[in-house]
Design a protein around this ligand. Structure first.
Ligand SMILES: O=C(O)C1=C[C@@H](OP(=O)(O)O)[C@@H](O)[C@H](O)C1
Ligand SMILES: C=C(OP(=O)(O)O)C(=O)O
Length: 423
Protein backbone atom coordinates (compact mmCIF):
# COMPACT_ATOMS: atom_id res chain seq x y z
CA UNK A 1 0.00 0.00 0.00
CA UNK A 2 1.36 3.47 -0.82
CA UNK A 3 1.11 6.41 1.58
CA UNK A 4 -1.67 8.01 -0.39
CA UNK A 5 -3.75 4.83 -0.17
CA UNK A 6 -3.62 4.80 3.63
CA UNK A 7 -6.87 6.58 4.32
CA UNK A 8 -7.44 5.70 7.95
CA UNK A 9 -5.66 4.31 10.94
CA UNK A 10 -7.31 2.99 14.09
CA UNK A 11 -5.23 3.22 17.25
CA UNK A 12 -5.37 0.20 19.54
CA UNK A 13 -5.70 1.27 23.19
CA UNK A 14 -2.56 0.65 25.17
CA UNK A 15 -3.31 -1.06 28.45
CA UNK A 16 0.00 -0.54 30.18
CA UNK A 17 2.53 2.22 30.59
CA UNK A 18 4.39 3.35 27.46
CA UNK A 19 8.10 2.93 28.02
CA UNK A 20 11.10 3.30 25.76
CA UNK A 21 13.25 5.81 23.95
CA UNK A 22 12.07 8.05 21.13
CA UNK A 23 14.13 10.96 19.89
CA UNK A 24 11.90 13.66 18.37
CA UNK A 25 12.95 14.91 14.92
CA UNK A 26 14.75 18.22 14.50
CA UNK A 27 12.87 21.47 15.00
CA UNK A 28 10.86 22.54 11.97
CA UNK A 29 11.05 26.20 12.97
CA UNK A 30 14.80 26.22 13.45
CA UNK A 31 15.50 24.08 10.36
CA UNK A 32 13.61 26.44 8.07
CA UNK A 33 15.24 29.52 9.60
CA UNK A 34 18.71 27.99 9.34
CA UNK A 35 18.14 26.85 5.75
CA UNK A 36 17.16 30.37 4.71
CA UNK A 37 19.92 32.31 6.45
CA UNK A 38 22.52 29.73 5.36
CA UNK A 39 21.28 30.20 1.78
CA UNK A 40 21.74 33.96 2.13
CA UNK A 41 25.30 33.54 3.45
CA UNK A 42 28.47 33.35 1.35
CA UNK A 43 30.08 29.94 1.75
CA UNK A 44 29.14 26.52 3.04
CA UNK A 45 27.02 25.90 6.16
CA UNK A 46 26.46 22.50 7.71
CA UNK A 47 23.12 22.09 9.47
CA UNK A 48 22.89 18.99 11.63
CA UNK A 49 20.04 17.57 13.68
CA UNK A 50 17.75 19.00 10.99
CA UNK A 51 14.17 17.97 10.27
CA UNK A 52 13.49 16.26 6.94
CA UNK A 53 9.77 16.55 6.36
CA UNK A 54 7.39 18.15 3.87
CA UNK A 55 7.86 21.63 5.34
CA UNK A 56 11.65 21.64 5.28
CA UNK A 57 11.95 19.82 1.97
CA UNK A 58 9.74 22.46 0.35
CA UNK A 59 12.06 25.12 1.75
CA UNK A 60 15.18 23.29 0.54
CA UNK A 61 13.68 22.76 -2.91
CA UNK A 62 12.72 26.44 -3.22
CA UNK A 63 16.25 27.51 -2.31
CA UNK A 64 17.66 25.15 -4.94
CA UNK A 65 15.29 26.72 -7.44
CA UNK A 66 16.89 30.06 -6.56
CA UNK A 67 20.40 28.85 -7.30
CA UNK A 68 21.53 27.71 -3.86
CA UNK A 69 23.26 24.33 -3.50
CA UNK A 70 21.49 22.31 -0.83
CA UNK A 71 22.92 18.84 -0.28
CA UNK A 72 21.59 16.12 2.00
CA UNK A 73 24.50 13.91 3.07
CA UNK A 74 22.35 12.01 5.58
CA UNK A 75 18.88 11.82 7.11
CA UNK A 76 19.41 14.75 9.50
CA UNK A 77 21.84 17.09 7.72
CA UNK A 78 21.72 19.78 5.08
CA UNK A 79 24.87 21.26 3.59
CA UNK A 80 24.05 24.65 2.13
CA UNK A 81 26.37 26.56 -0.18
CA UNK A 82 25.49 30.03 -1.36
CA UNK A 83 27.18 33.12 -2.73
CA UNK A 84 25.10 35.60 -0.75
CA UNK A 85 22.46 35.96 -3.47
CA UNK A 86 19.16 34.33 -4.40
CA UNK A 87 18.37 34.13 -8.10
CA UNK A 88 14.98 34.41 -9.79
CA UNK A 89 13.42 30.95 -10.12
CA UNK A 90 12.09 29.91 -13.51
CA UNK A 91 8.77 28.66 -12.06
CA UNK A 92 6.55 29.55 -9.09
CA UNK A 93 7.89 28.33 -5.75
CA UNK A 94 5.47 25.67 -4.50
CA UNK A 95 5.59 25.41 -0.73
CA UNK A 96 2.71 23.07 0.10
CA UNK A 97 1.18 24.19 3.40
CA UNK A 98 4.45 25.28 5.01
CA UNK A 99 3.69 28.60 6.71
CA UNK A 100 7.31 29.22 7.66
CA UNK A 101 8.67 28.60 4.15
CA UNK A 102 5.90 30.68 2.56
CA UNK A 103 6.22 33.70 4.82
CA UNK A 104 10.02 33.65 5.10
CA UNK A 105 10.54 33.31 1.35
CA UNK A 106 8.01 36.04 0.54
CA UNK A 107 10.24 38.56 2.33
CA UNK A 108 13.50 37.02 1.08
CA UNK A 109 12.21 37.24 -2.51
CA UNK A 110 12.65 41.01 -2.26
CA UNK A 111 16.40 40.32 -2.42
CA UNK A 112 16.09 38.60 -5.81
CA UNK A 113 16.64 40.39 -9.11
CA UNK A 114 13.51 39.41 -11.04
CA UNK A 115 10.09 37.96 -10.42
CA UNK A 116 9.29 35.39 -7.76
CA UNK A 117 5.88 33.77 -7.31
CA UNK A 118 5.35 32.19 -3.88
CA UNK A 119 2.54 29.68 -3.87
CA UNK A 120 1.23 26.75 -1.89
CA UNK A 121 -1.51 24.15 -1.78
CA UNK A 122 -5.23 24.80 -1.36
CA UNK A 123 -4.84 25.16 2.42
CA UNK A 124 -1.96 27.63 2.13
CA UNK A 125 -4.03 29.62 -0.34
CA UNK A 126 -6.44 30.34 2.52
CA UNK A 127 -3.79 31.44 5.03
CA UNK A 128 -3.45 35.25 5.30
CA UNK A 129 -0.31 37.01 4.17
CA UNK A 130 -1.63 40.56 3.65
CA UNK A 131 0.09 42.09 6.73
CA UNK A 132 3.47 40.95 5.40
CA UNK A 133 2.66 42.21 1.90
CA UNK A 134 1.71 45.63 3.33
CA UNK A 135 4.91 45.79 5.35
CA UNK A 136 7.08 44.88 2.35
CA UNK A 137 5.42 47.62 0.30
CA UNK A 138 6.39 50.15 2.99
CA UNK A 139 9.97 49.09 2.34
CA UNK A 140 9.52 49.85 -1.37
CA UNK A 141 9.13 46.24 -2.48
CA UNK A 142 6.74 45.66 -5.40
CA UNK A 143 4.54 42.81 -4.20
CA UNK A 144 1.02 41.63 -4.98
CA UNK A 145 -1.27 39.10 -3.31
CA UNK A 146 -4.71 39.91 -4.71
CA UNK A 147 -6.60 37.50 -2.43
CA UNK A 148 -4.65 38.49 0.70
CA UNK A 149 -3.29 34.92 0.70
CA UNK A 150 -0.81 33.13 -1.58
CA UNK A 151 -0.04 33.18 -4.44
CA UNK A 152 2.19 36.21 -3.87
CA UNK A 153 4.10 37.83 -6.73
CA UNK A 154 7.22 39.74 -5.85
CA UNK A 155 8.98 41.88 -8.46
CA UNK A 156 12.38 41.74 -6.82
CA UNK A 157 14.85 44.54 -7.50
CA UNK A 158 17.89 42.75 -6.16
CA UNK A 159 17.37 44.13 -2.67
CA UNK A 160 15.79 47.02 -0.83
CA UNK A 161 17.11 50.16 0.81
CA UNK A 162 16.12 49.54 4.42
CA UNK A 163 14.25 51.90 6.74
CA UNK A 164 11.46 51.57 9.25
CA UNK A 165 8.56 49.21 8.78
CA UNK A 166 5.55 48.51 10.95
CA UNK A 167 3.94 45.10 10.87
CA UNK A 168 0.88 43.61 12.46
CA UNK A 169 2.01 40.32 13.98
CA UNK A 170 -1.38 39.56 15.55
CA UNK A 171 -2.32 36.85 13.05
CA UNK A 172 1.15 35.39 12.64
CA UNK A 173 4.55 36.02 14.19
CA UNK A 174 6.02 34.59 10.98
CA UNK A 175 5.53 37.98 9.26
CA UNK A 176 7.86 39.54 11.83
CA UNK A 177 10.43 36.74 11.56
CA UNK A 178 10.34 37.01 7.76
CA UNK A 179 11.12 40.74 7.84
CA UNK A 180 13.85 40.31 10.44
CA UNK A 181 15.69 37.63 8.44
CA UNK A 182 15.46 39.46 5.09
CA UNK A 183 16.33 42.72 6.86
CA UNK A 184 19.96 41.71 7.47
CA UNK A 185 20.49 41.65 3.68
CA UNK A 186 19.02 45.10 2.96
CA UNK A 187 21.31 47.91 1.78
CA UNK A 188 20.83 49.88 5.01
CA UNK A 189 19.61 49.24 8.57
CA UNK A 190 16.01 48.06 8.93
CA UNK A 191 13.80 48.81 11.90
CA UNK A 192 10.89 46.42 12.33
CA UNK A 193 8.18 47.62 14.73
CA UNK A 194 4.98 45.93 15.81
CA UNK A 195 1.80 47.94 15.18
CA UNK A 196 0.31 46.53 18.36
CA UNK A 197 2.07 45.24 21.46
CA UNK A 198 0.51 41.84 20.83
CA UNK A 199 2.21 39.15 18.86
CA UNK A 200 0.97 35.61 18.45
CA UNK A 201 4.00 33.84 19.83
CA UNK A 202 6.92 36.03 20.77
CA UNK A 203 9.10 33.01 21.44
CA UNK A 204 9.29 32.39 17.69
CA UNK A 205 10.78 35.85 17.18
CA UNK A 206 13.40 35.00 19.80
CA UNK A 207 14.13 31.81 17.86
CA UNK A 208 14.60 33.91 14.71
CA UNK A 209 16.97 36.28 16.48
CA UNK A 210 19.01 33.36 17.85
CA UNK A 211 19.40 31.78 14.40
CA UNK A 212 20.28 35.12 12.81
CA UNK A 213 22.92 35.76 15.48
CA UNK A 214 24.47 32.33 14.87
CA UNK A 215 24.97 33.33 11.23
CA UNK A 216 26.53 36.70 12.09
CA UNK A 217 23.56 39.09 12.04
CA UNK A 218 23.46 42.06 14.43
CA UNK A 219 20.09 42.96 15.87
CA UNK A 220 19.32 45.35 18.73
CA UNK A 221 16.00 45.92 20.42
CA UNK A 222 15.22 49.61 21.05
CA UNK A 223 12.08 48.58 22.96
CA UNK A 224 9.84 45.56 23.55
CA UNK A 225 8.01 46.08 20.27
CA UNK A 226 10.79 46.90 17.80
CA UNK A 227 14.07 45.55 16.44
CA UNK A 228 16.90 47.23 14.51
CA UNK A 229 18.78 45.00 12.08
CA UNK A 230 22.19 46.06 10.78
CA UNK A 231 22.96 45.42 7.08
CA UNK A 232 25.58 42.77 7.78
CA UNK A 233 24.32 39.96 5.55
CA UNK A 234 25.04 36.46 6.87
CA UNK A 235 28.17 34.46 7.52
CA UNK A 236 28.21 30.72 6.76
CA UNK A 237 28.21 28.60 9.92
CA UNK A 238 27.93 25.05 11.19
CA UNK A 239 24.75 24.80 13.19
CA UNK A 240 23.24 22.14 15.41
CA UNK A 241 19.44 22.15 15.40
CA UNK A 242 17.66 21.07 18.58
CA UNK A 243 14.80 18.54 18.52
CA UNK A 244 11.29 19.76 17.82
CA UNK A 245 9.45 20.86 20.97
CA UNK A 246 6.01 20.59 19.35
CA UNK A 247 6.76 16.98 18.39
CA UNK A 248 7.94 16.37 21.94
CA UNK A 249 4.54 17.40 23.34
CA UNK A 250 2.91 14.23 21.93
CA UNK A 251 5.50 12.06 23.62
CA UNK A 252 5.23 13.94 26.93
CA UNK A 253 1.44 13.58 26.75
CA UNK A 254 1.62 9.87 25.83
CA UNK A 255 3.82 9.41 28.86
CA UNK A 256 1.45 11.01 31.40
CA UNK A 257 -1.69 9.50 29.82
CA UNK A 258 -0.32 5.98 30.22
CA UNK A 259 1.72 6.57 33.38
CA UNK A 260 4.81 5.58 31.42
CA UNK A 261 8.35 6.82 30.96
CA UNK A 262 9.55 7.85 27.50
CA UNK A 263 13.15 8.94 27.16
CA UNK A 264 13.36 11.73 24.59
CA UNK A 265 17.11 11.98 24.95
CA UNK A 266 16.78 15.66 25.83
CA UNK A 267 15.39 17.27 28.99
CA UNK A 268 12.42 19.63 28.61
CA UNK A 269 14.48 22.48 30.05
CA UNK A 270 16.97 22.22 27.17
CA UNK A 271 14.47 23.33 24.50
CA UNK A 272 14.49 26.98 23.41
CA UNK A 273 11.24 26.71 21.41
CA UNK A 274 7.95 28.18 22.70
CA UNK A 275 6.09 24.86 22.88
CA UNK A 276 8.47 23.57 25.54
CA UNK A 277 6.36 25.66 27.94
CA UNK A 278 3.69 23.00 27.56
CA UNK A 279 5.87 20.51 29.43
CA UNK A 280 5.06 21.99 32.85
CA UNK A 281 1.33 21.85 32.08
CA UNK A 282 1.50 18.28 30.79
CA UNK A 283 3.40 17.30 33.93
CA UNK A 284 0.46 18.63 36.01
CA UNK A 285 -1.96 16.16 34.35
CA UNK A 286 -4.59 15.07 35.53
CA UNK A 287 -4.75 18.39 37.33
CA UNK A 288 -4.51 20.78 34.40
CA UNK A 289 -5.60 24.33 35.31
CA UNK A 290 -9.14 25.55 34.61
CA UNK A 291 -7.81 27.98 32.02
CA UNK A 292 -4.85 27.61 29.67
CA UNK A 293 -3.68 30.63 27.66
CA UNK A 294 -2.41 29.04 24.46
CA UNK A 295 -1.04 32.22 22.92
CA UNK A 296 2.60 31.52 23.70
CA UNK A 297 2.51 27.75 22.96
CA UNK A 298 0.10 27.61 20.06
CA UNK A 299 1.19 24.43 18.35
CA UNK A 300 0.91 22.56 21.66
CA UNK A 301 -2.78 23.43 22.04
CA UNK A 302 -4.09 20.37 20.12
CA UNK A 303 -1.97 18.11 22.37
CA UNK A 304 -3.17 19.88 25.52
CA UNK A 305 -6.80 19.90 24.37
CA UNK A 306 -6.88 16.14 23.79
CA UNK A 307 -5.12 15.58 27.11
CA UNK A 308 -7.67 17.86 28.78
CA UNK A 309 -10.45 15.45 27.79
CA UNK A 310 -9.00 13.01 30.38
CA UNK A 311 -8.33 15.69 33.04
CA UNK A 312 -10.10 15.74 36.41
CA UNK A 313 -11.74 19.09 35.69
CA UNK A 314 -12.75 21.01 32.54
CA UNK A 315 -10.25 23.27 30.79
CA UNK A 316 -10.90 26.47 28.86
CA UNK A 317 -8.33 27.36 26.19
CA UNK A 318 -7.97 31.10 25.60
CA UNK A 319 -5.67 33.22 23.42
CA UNK A 320 -6.09 30.81 20.51
CA UNK A 321 -7.93 32.94 17.92
CA UNK A 322 -5.10 32.57 15.42
CA UNK A 323 -5.40 28.77 15.57
CA UNK A 324 -8.21 29.41 13.10
CA UNK A 325 -5.67 30.33 10.40
CA UNK A 326 -3.19 27.47 10.85
CA UNK A 327 -3.13 24.36 8.64
CA UNK A 328 -6.87 24.24 9.27
CA UNK A 329 -9.23 26.00 11.68
CA UNK A 330 -7.87 24.16 14.70
CA UNK A 331 -10.42 25.53 17.17
CA UNK A 332 -13.15 24.04 15.03
CA UNK A 333 -11.26 20.82 14.20
CA UNK A 334 -10.58 20.18 17.89
CA UNK A 335 -14.17 20.80 19.00
CA UNK A 336 -15.46 18.63 16.16
CA UNK A 337 -13.05 15.78 16.86
CA UNK A 338 -13.68 15.83 20.61
CA UNK A 339 -17.43 15.94 20.10
CA UNK A 340 -17.22 12.96 17.75
CA UNK A 341 -15.82 11.01 20.69
CA UNK A 342 -18.60 12.27 22.92
CA UNK A 343 -21.08 15.04 22.08
CA UNK A 344 -20.20 18.22 23.96
CA UNK A 345 -16.67 17.08 24.89
CA UNK A 346 -15.26 20.04 23.00
CA UNK A 347 -17.22 23.27 22.58
CA UNK A 348 -16.30 26.54 20.87
CA UNK A 349 -17.17 29.68 22.80
CA UNK A 350 -16.24 32.61 20.60
CA UNK A 351 -12.60 31.88 19.87
CA UNK A 352 -12.15 29.87 23.09
CA UNK A 353 -12.26 26.10 23.25
CA UNK A 354 -13.91 24.53 26.26
CA UNK A 355 -12.96 20.92 26.93
CA UNK A 356 -15.40 19.11 29.23
CA UNK A 357 -13.10 16.64 30.89
CA UNK A 358 -13.92 13.10 31.99
CA UNK A 359 -11.25 10.75 33.38
CA UNK A 360 -13.84 7.98 32.93
CA UNK A 361 -13.33 8.13 29.15
CA UNK A 362 -10.25 5.97 29.59
CA UNK A 363 -11.03 2.31 29.03
CA UNK A 364 -14.24 2.93 27.10
CA UNK A 365 -14.88 2.04 23.49
CA UNK A 366 -16.26 5.09 21.70
CA UNK A 367 -15.79 4.58 17.96
CA UNK A 368 -15.04 7.90 16.30
CA UNK A 369 -13.56 8.82 12.93
CA UNK A 370 -11.47 11.93 13.40
CA UNK A 371 -11.35 14.28 10.44
CA UNK A 372 -7.84 15.72 10.48
CA UNK A 373 -8.50 18.33 7.77
CA UNK A 374 -5.02 17.42 6.43
CA UNK A 375 -3.58 18.89 9.64
CA UNK A 376 -0.66 16.96 11.13
CA UNK A 377 -1.30 18.26 14.65
CA UNK A 378 -4.93 17.14 14.64
CA UNK A 379 -3.80 13.66 13.56
CA UNK A 380 -0.99 13.41 16.11
CA UNK A 381 -3.00 14.77 19.05
CA UNK A 382 -6.11 12.62 18.50
CA UNK A 383 -3.90 9.54 18.27
CA UNK A 384 -3.27 10.19 21.98
CA UNK A 385 -6.98 9.73 22.69
CA UNK A 386 -6.72 6.38 20.91
CA UNK A 387 -4.20 5.19 23.48
CA UNK A 388 -6.97 5.26 26.12
CA UNK A 389 -10.25 4.94 24.18
CA UNK A 390 -11.14 2.06 21.86
CA UNK A 391 -12.22 2.83 18.30
CA UNK A 392 -10.39 6.12 17.59
CA UNK A 393 -9.70 6.25 13.86
CA UNK A 394 -7.51 8.92 12.33
CA UNK A 395 -8.44 9.91 8.78
CA UNK A 396 -5.58 10.80 6.42
CA UNK A 397 -2.86 9.68 8.86
CA UNK A 398 -0.15 10.41 6.26
CA UNK A 399 -0.62 14.14 6.92
CA UNK A 400 1.89 13.82 9.80
CA UNK A 401 4.57 14.03 7.07
CA UNK A 402 4.33 17.81 7.31
CA UNK A 403 6.56 17.87 10.40
CA UNK A 404 6.93 14.35 11.84
CA UNK A 405 7.05 11.68 9.11
CA UNK A 406 8.17 9.03 11.64
CA UNK A 407 5.35 9.66 14.10
CA UNK A 408 3.50 6.38 13.60
CA UNK A 409 6.78 4.44 13.59
CA UNK A 410 7.76 6.19 16.83
CA UNK A 411 4.51 5.13 18.52
CA UNK A 412 4.89 1.60 17.13
CA UNK A 413 8.43 1.42 18.54
CA UNK A 414 6.92 2.00 21.98
CA UNK A 415 4.53 -0.90 21.48
CA UNK A 416 1.45 0.92 20.15
CA UNK A 417 -0.50 -1.15 17.61
CA UNK A 418 -2.74 -0.03 14.79
CA UNK A 419 -5.55 -1.46 12.72
CA UNK A 420 -4.72 -0.42 9.18
CA UNK A 421 -1.18 -0.08 7.92
CA UNK A 422 0.62 2.95 9.30
CA UNK A 423 2.01 5.20 6.56
O1 LIG B 1 7.88 30.95 13.29
C1 LIG B 1 7.61 29.74 13.37
O2 LIG B 1 8.47 28.86 13.18
C2 LIG B 1 6.23 29.34 13.72
C3 LIG B 1 5.37 30.25 14.28
C4 LIG B 1 4.00 29.89 14.67
O3 LIG B 1 3.10 30.37 13.69
P1 LIG B 1 2.42 31.84 13.73
O4 LIG B 1 3.47 32.82 13.97
O5 LIG B 1 1.80 31.92 12.37
O6 LIG B 1 1.42 31.83 14.83
C5 LIG B 1 3.80 28.38 14.75
O7 LIG B 1 2.44 28.09 14.84
C6 LIG B 1 4.39 27.70 13.54
O8 LIG B 1 4.20 26.29 13.58
C7 LIG B 1 5.87 27.92 13.48
C1 LIG C 1 1.18 26.14 12.34
C2 LIG C 1 2.08 25.26 11.94
O1 LIG C 1 2.87 25.35 10.84
P1 LIG C 1 3.18 26.49 9.78
O2 LIG C 1 2.53 27.77 10.21
O3 LIG C 1 4.67 26.60 9.78
O4 LIG C 1 2.64 25.98 8.49
C3 LIG C 1 2.34 24.03 12.73
O5 LIG C 1 3.33 23.33 12.45
O6 LIG C 1 1.56 23.71 13.65
Amino acid sequence: MTDSEVRKLTIMPFAGALRGKVTPPGSKSITNRALLVAALAKGTSRLSGALKSDDTLYMAQALRAMGVTVEEPDATSFVVTGDGRLRAPTAPLFLGNAGTATRFLTAAAALVEGQVVVDGDEHMRKRPIAPLVTALRTLGVAVEAPSGCPPVTIAGQGGFAGGRVEVDGGLSSQYVSALLMAGACARGPVEVALTGKEIGARGYVDLTLATMAAFGAKVSQPDAASWRIEPTGYRAADYLIEPDASAATYLWAAEVLTGGAIDLGVPAAAFTQPDAKAHALIAAFPNLPAEIDGSQMQDAVPTLAVLAAFNRTPVRFTGIANLRVKECDRVSALSQGLSRIRPGLGVEEGDDLLVASDPGLAGQTLPAEIDTFADHRIAMSFALAGLKIGGITILDPACVAKTYPDYWRALASLGVRFEGEAP
